[in-house]
Ligand binder design. Structure first.
Ligand code: GLU
Length: 289
């Protein structure tokens, strides 16, 4: 059975880009008698607000979307994330890292003057300052990073399937070891606070919710190799992905959370109907499912 999900962070209003993601995932599942699940990605407790969460439920219900099963909240999932981290750590795949962003920026630009530091899906590629030469026990107070070379020691490539906009044609994305080493690097899987990082949490949660198809914005396509690698390491099945085009404002800029001008709540306040919202983002009306 098809199972899709929508995984917003309660750090601002849902805007047209969120509606696009949620509706595609919802309609895709419903058309095939599948399930649509909701997950509140509130890992960043300093920015998550209960009023934004309440607004998410309200906007989704108003859009006519229904979701199945209990809503998963990342803030309540630390035991599951810790279990996954332990499983990686027990195999010597993690190391503790006490570097700040500043340290990383300094180290990345220091060794060879004039050589541009490389940016990966998480910002500057970690230059390896804290990487031990042999496996070591991560420091409790440090962030935990995946030792990419060790993680890839038993495989030469990682693959995932991507569905085209017709949601039918599948294309294989095959990622070589060199891409992981050169363009992604040793990603952080937990923060200095001890909390799980997004890449770890999203993979553990998609597995826990038995998600078969992940629908999300094209801005996350560069992070998907990390997720496919973690699924491989944690023995989870890799879902099929669909990264949709981003909804942009008229001057081509990506919609941001703070872009209240495109908030669903604003259109609601102005008297728009759910079908008007669907029309604005080029999706068919609810009655044509
Ligand atoms: N929480 C992320 C966001 O709001 C979505 C992550 C995902 O779909 O994997 O942009």
């Amino acid at each position: 059975m098809i199972r899709t999900r929508f995984a917003p962070s309660p750090t601002g209003p849902l805007h047209l880009g969120h509606a696009y993601s949620a509706i595609i995932a919802h309609d895709f599942a419903r058309r095939q008698g599948g399930a649509f699940l909701l997950r509140i990605e509130d890992l960043d407790q300093s920015r998550a607000r209960p009023e934004w969460e309440a607004q998410i439920f309200d906007d989704l219900a108003w859009l006519g979307l229904t979701w199945d099963g209990p809503v998963l909240r990342q803030a309540a999932r630390s035991a599951a994330y810790e279990a996954a981290l332990s499983s990686l750590s027990d195999r010597g795949l993690l190391y503790g890292c006490a570097c700040s962003r500043r340290d990383i920026a300094d180290a990345a630009s220091a060794p060879q003057e004039g050589v541009e530091p490389i940016w990966g899906p998480d910002g500057l590629i970690y230059p390896g300052t804290c990487r031990p030469s042999k496996g070591s026990t991560p420091d409790d107070r440090a962030a935990r990073r995946l030792n990419m070379t060790a993680a890839l020691s038993n495989c030469s490539k990682i693959a995932f399937q991507e569905l085209a906009t017709d949601l039918q044609t599948a294309k294989n994305h095959i990622i070589n070891t060199s891409h992981f080493i050169d363009n992604i690097g040793d990603v952080a899987l937990s923060r200095r606070s001890g909390d799980a990082a997004y890449h770890l949490a999203v993979v553990v949660d998609d597995a826990a919710q038995h998600i078969t198809h992940v629908v999300r914005g094209a801005d996350l396509l560069g992070a998907t190799p990390i997720h496919a690698l973690l699924q491989h390491l944690l023995n989870y099945r890799t879902p099929i992905y669909h990264h949709h085009a981003l909804i942009r404002d008229p001057d081509g800029k990506r919609l941001a959370k703070r872009d209240d001008a495109k908030a669903i709540a604003k259109f609601r306040g102005e008297g728009a109907s759910p079908d008007n919202i669907r029309a604005m983002i080029g999706l068919p009306s609810r009655y044509k499912l």
